[in-house]
Write a protein that binds this ligand. Structure first.
Ligand SMILES: Cc1cc2nc3c(=O)[nH]c(=O)nc-3n(C[C@H](O)[C@H](O)[C@H](O)COP(=O)(O)OP(=O)(O)OC[C@H]3O[C@@H](n4cnc5c(N)ncnc54)[C@H](O)[C@@H]3O)c2cc1C
Length: 389
């Protein structure tokens, strides 16, 4: 719902960073009636550009990380309305596809680990469908005959490039301003005063974008953006390489995930025949080179699971940096600096968590209580306890 806001409640907000997180926050804040400026020299070009776009809370569930699973399930539930509202605002469809994930086993060890994963999900009330190899291949005839069993999950995906373009267009159509500059927050007298463009030609006090609230959504660069404030942020870059293939449109109707030679691989089909194959996870600093070994392994593993992909056309190989935190939970909400809000550290799940992050940030700026399930993500967990509010 678009709020009709009293002028006194309207805040000036600067959002630094226009990946899927910054753009989702900016669009939601504009819809809520705030005056929003986004600053980014290359909107949509960070991790968002590489992401497969899986909205996959159950596939991604990890033992011992129930807080992340609850927030991920909550955000996945928000996606259909988020996409529908975005589509209405932007005047073009925002597709949620495919419908369903198949986790497939290639041997007895995989079957045992799938069974453990399925029990873990069922204990948390997730719907899980166990399939024989024959049933799995009835659903996906392109699966390798080596598949020995599968689990089907009700999950979907979006195309993050299309979503971030739609968010940017919808944001601008609502009167939002996008400035193509690098920026950093400005703090005066212990509270945020705005955002200052940095770099050639912009580093003047006059160029400060005044703001009551600054949202830092700069992905893996967030520690650098906040360094001048003496605000340490435990986020590090985690490299991911991914490839895109063009296949016949009906090659796959589900996201398929498997483990081949100890490496996880997924194939995400998009409407129209594109198949995204991912992804590596490499703790190698700020390197974004595409390596022959990664492309080889991704192709090998995908073809092992879906042999028909050997016929697909190779489109692209991409490497980007995920913003990873030490506890695997994003950092969302107010910080110990008044007016400074963090929306970063979404690791492998930034697309999945975009609607919930945008809702939490917008609720904070509106002065409403944020959804309870985002409590574990609170950025104030970084503050010394006496500074939390
Ligand atoms: C290979 C791969 C596959 C993935 N697959 C999935 C998936 O299937 N599902 C899922 O949910 N997630 C997935 N992810 C994770 C997801 O991509 C990230 O969590 C998400 O994109 C983070 O979004 P973000 O907006 O925080 O960061 P980014 O998309 O990295 O955006 C940060 C933005 O900040 C800008 N910026 C940086 N510094 C400054 C500055 N000083 N001033 C202004 N702007 C600045 C950059 O230009 C960039 O546009 C994947 C990631 C990778 C790498």
């Amino acid at each position: 719902m678009t709020a009709v806001m009293r002028a006194a409640d309207r805040r000036q907000v600067a959002v630094i960073g226009a990946g899927i997180i910054g753009l989702a926050c900016a669009w939601r804040l504009s819809r809520s009636g705030h005056a929003v400026t986004v600053l980014d020299p290359a909107a949509g070009s960070g991790a968002t550009h590489a992401a497969a776009g899986m909205i996959a809370p159950a596939s991604e569930a990890v033992f011992g990380q129930d807080a992340l699973l609850s927030t991920s399930l909550a955000s996945a539930r928000l996606w259909p309305d988020f996409a529908a509202e975005l589509a209405r605002d932007v005047g073009r469809p925002v597709e949620l596809a495919p419908r369903g994930t198949l986790l497939v086993a290639l041997d007895a060890d995989d079957e045992a680990s799938l069974a453990r994963h399925a029990r873990h999900l069922e204990r948390r009330r997730c719907h899980v469908e166990r399939l024989t190899s024959r049933a799995a291949r009835r659903l996906e005839p392109a699966l390798s005959p080596r598949v020995t069993g599968a689990v089907r999950l009700e999950e979907t995906a979006v195309d993050p490039r299309a979503v971030s373009a739609a968010l940017e267009d919808a944001f601008v159509a609502r009167g939002g301003t996008l400035l193509p500059v690098l920026a950093e927050p400005v703090v005066r007298d212990g509270r945020v005063a705005g955002a200052r463009p940095v770099g050639d030609g912009w580093a003047t006090v006059d160029a400060v974008v005044d703001a009551d609230v600054v949202v830092v959504a700069t992905g893996w660069s967030s520690p650098r953006v906040l360094a001048a404030l003496g605000h340490p942020v435990p986020i590090r870059p985690l490299k991911g390489q991914v490839i895109r293939l063009a296949a016949a449109p009906d090659t796959l109707t589900h996201t398929v995930r498997a483990t081949v030679r100890g490496r996880e691989v997924y194939t995400v089909p998009r409407p129209g025949g594109e198949i995204v194959v991912g992804a590596t996870s490499e703790d190698v600093g700020e390197d974004v080179s595409v390596t022959a070994g990664a492309v080889h392994d991704l192709l090998h593993d995908a073809i092992e699971v879906v042999p028909e992909l050997a016929e697909a056309t190779f489109r692209e190989a991409t490497a980007r940096l995920r913003p990873a935190t030490t506890d695997n939970l994003p950092l969302v909400g107010p910080t110990c600096v008044e007016g400074l809000v963090l929306a970063s550290g979404h690791g492998r799940d930034g697309v999945l968590l975009a609607p919930l992050t945008a809702e939490a940030v917008t609720a904070h700026v509106d002065g409403r209580p944020p959804p309870r399930c985002v409590e574990p993500l609170a950025a104030q967990r970084l503050c010394p306890s006496k500074e939390r509010s």
